[in-house]
Design a protein around this ligand. Structure first.
Ligand code: FES
Length: 117
């Protein structure tokens, strides 16, 4: 059991570990992201949580960054590491961002928008 002090946290990465994402390597993505956070000594700044399905299975593996509200698709372990490094450099992984947030979610054009509401 853990109780994190989040006062210095500026980014929360939700790493999908639902069934479709697990089939596409979510465990390796999770470990790579957490390893990169440790390598960058950014544990105080970036918090991670494994989630169940986020309803975007065609995008597996899905990683969501808050509070920016960026939904990433097709995340591999190396792309997960890039999300961490880019975040720390004040950038995002634009080519894999499928939604961004501007008062509501906005499709970037990098993926299907889906049909379910
Ligand atoms: S299992 Fe990851 S979005 Fe559905």
């Amino acid at each position: 059991m853990a109780t994190w002090n989040l006062e210095q946290t500026s980014c929360h990465l939700l790493i999908c570990n639902g069934g479709s994402c697990k089939k596409r390597g979510a465990e390796d993505v999770t470990q790579a992201i957490r390893d990169e956070i440790a390598r960058q000594e950014a544990d105080r700044h970036i918090h991670t949580t494994r989630t169940l399905c986020n309803g975007r299975c065609t995008d597996a593996c899905v990683v969501i960054a808050y509070p920016e509200g960026v939904w990433y698709r097709d995340i591999t372990p190396e792309r997960g590491r890039e999300i961490v490094r880019n975040y720390l450099a004040g950038q995002r992984l634009d080519q894999h961002a499928v939604y961004t947030y501007d008062g509501r979610f906005v499709a970037t054009g990098n993926g299907e928008t889906g049909t379910e509401k």
